[in-house]
Design a protein around this ligand. Structure first.
Ligand code: NI
Length: 246
């Protein structure tokens, strides 16, 4: 972990307030840098589409949205970097309580108020089923949720969805299994349906569930790309069915 000490030149009698502010900014930058190192190490070999580069893209997108929406950049960056550390999809536990994120922020000594706000954002980010309403309670949570959802759609979203399905031993598609609109989080968690169903059960719904107008704009193009992909997918699927029956 990188250590941090107050540079001498920031301490002077005439500018104490300015020095304190500067000190706080530098401390926050140090927290972000340490968290990047920690998360990079933790996620770099992940093979279900939740690898370091997913975290990196969400972090970058979240920063962009935070600037456009005027959200608190530190809270957004920290929550974006830590958002998948305790995700139920990546562990055996069924709750969403961000215990590892809490432990990490305790270790690097993030101020308690900021720490609590970051943990709340992380808890609110995750998708819990088509019929389950999740309303982020702060602008910062809205921004991080939008950034995470934007990385779930479009070309990258398609690639990640099939990576995840493969990791979970799911079929690509089975015409006999129809998509389901889950109205409870536990039903959604238990689903073992083919990967194509996930487009109808989650991914195509995300465009209309964006929280911010900046997020909505980016979602538009990515959504259309998924629709084109599905049109082509079924075009090819049905062509092979015709070959079989002829
Ligand atoms: Ni994520």
């Amino acid at each position: 972990m990188r250590s941090f000490s107050l540079p001498k030149k920031t301490v002077d009698n005439r500018g104490i307030l300015r020095s304190e502010k500067l000190f706080a900014i530098m401390k926050r930058e140090n927290h972000i840098q340490n968290t990047i190192d920690f998360i990079h190490k933790h996620f770099k070999g992940e093979s279900s589409g939740h690898d370091w580069w997913h975290i990196y893209r969400v972090w970058q997108l979240a920063k962009q949205l935070a600037e456009e929406e005027k959200a608190d950049l530190f809270l957004v960056e920290m929550a974006a970097l830590l958002h998948d550390l305790d995700d139920w999809k990546l562990s055996s536990k069924s709750d969403n309580e961000p215990k590892q994120a809490a432990r990490w922020m305790n270790e690097i000594d993030v101020e308690p108020i900021a720490r609590q706000r970051i943990l709340t954002i992380i808890e609110e980010v995750s998708f819990k089923g088509a019929g389950v309403k999740t309303n982020p309670s702060s602008l910062e949570a809205q921004v991080v949720q939008d950034a995470d959802r934007l990385d779930a759609i479009g070309a990258i979203g398609i690639a990640r969805t099939f990576a995840y399905g493969g990791r979970k031993n799911r079929l690509i598609y089975d015409p006999a299994v129809k998509p389901e609109m889950h109205d409870s989080f536990s039903d959604y968690q238990k689903s073992t349906a083919p990967t194509i169903n996930h487009f109808y059960e989650k991914l195509l719904l995300l465009k209309d569930r964006m929280n911010t107008s900046s997020g909505r704009q980016i979602a538009e193009e990515r959504h259309h790309f998924m629709e084109d992909f599905l049109t082509q997918f079924f075009h090819e699927w049905n062509a092979s069915k015709e070959l079989l029956t002829n």
